[in-house]
Design a protein around this ligand. Sequence first.
Ligand SMILES: NC(=O)c1ccc[n+]([C@@H]2O[C@H](COP(=O)([O-])OP(=O)(O)OC[C@H]3O[C@@H](n4cnc5c(N)ncnc54)[C@H](OP(=O)(O)O)[C@@H]3O)[C@@H](O)[C@H]2O)c1
Length: 367
Amino acid sequence: MATSVHVIGTGTIGEPLIGLICDHRKDFGIDEVIFHKRTPLKTDRSKVLDLIERRGAKLAVDEDRVDDFRDMGMAPTYIAAEAMEKAAVVIDCTPVGNKMKEDLYLDHLDNTKGFLAQGSEFGFGKMYARGINDEALVPGEDRFLHIVSCNTHNLAVILQTIAFPPENYDPLKAPKPDDITNLESARFVCIRRSNDISQDQGFMPSPTVDRHKDDRFGTHHARDLFHLYATLGVEVQSVFSSAIKLNTQYMHTVQFNVQLKNPTSLDAVRENIRCNDRLAETWKSSVNSVFSFGRDHGHFGRILNQTVFCLPSLHVSEDGKSVTGFCFTPQDGNPLLSSVSGMLWFLNPNDYQQRTQALSPYFFDEV
Ligand SMILES: NC(=O)c1ccc[n+]([C@@H]2O[C@H](COP(=O)([O-])OP(=O)(O)OC[C@H]3O[C@@H](n4cnc5c(N)ncnc54)[C@H](OP(=O)(O)O)[C@@H]3O)[C@@H](O)[C@H]2O)c1
């Protein structure tokens, strides 16, 4: 039987994900990529037609919108209900994944192997970030995965790189509860880009701070970090995050301070960064030049590393117990990678690691 994957939503995260899966459909063992578009808009016609005609995806729309789409020159292949029936995996890329789960996805457990939703959808399912908690995924049991936000990916990989004692450190394996014993506390400031370059709305004219809505964790980033590691039985206590939006459109930046129980050194931190193949490092210190690298060397402008460590910013205190620095977050690259990896895991947990390597041209050691 043909393997169909169904992506719902064509916005900031859905549009590049549909293209990425189409471009590597054969590597992934997928016969058909279907995408659902809710609203027929002339302003979105160019991307819908390009996804169909050049990338090879098939359009699905709600039954009562078929004529509207046709009138605008966008011919659907399926109505939404047919696409849901065919889908082996559904990847929700809307800001309403939890509602879609209640209204729709729970009725399709028989024909669909699994469902994924994106960053905002806390509670959708088991949290997942590729390379952080793959060992927490249970074949046959986990049917709903929540791909954590781009900044949560970044925070998770900072801890993975810095907080585990070097003698236990293995970037290819998930941490065990004992590995985390070197972490005293961690403090993160997520310095966010105002809006994506694909978005017309939401630009902030000046730096704007987020409220610390969470009594324990500050913002959702550290809360999600805690829950992500909890899937491995690891409790990352004393993590706290703040967030501020800057009037830039390029990338997020994260400032971190990790307090350790046992001392480390700058050389040891650099070595850990170097040997974690999910990270890139850079000697550049400006976001625009890191972003620009992606335009020339990534997949349509995106690199898929979990983060880019800014080497000139790294600092280790004299007693070796306080590590400070900055990272640049590929704001859609890391959830795109985890979405593909989660999709492939649902399709076949035994070969998803090898199949994901089709994306290796978009991982870099140095930017
Ligand atoms: N923006 C980022 O850089 C980024 C990065 C990582 C993760 N995320 C996460 O990705 C998710 C989506 O965010 P986004 O920024 O991509 O959103 P977005 O650009 O606003 O796009 C949302 C998409 O969802 C569709 N949609 C909304 N409500 C729908 C419904 N009830 N039924 C069907 N389709 C619906 C919209 O369709 P129509 O336009 O056709 O109505 C649109 O295509 C969120 O969970 C977010 O946290 C975003």
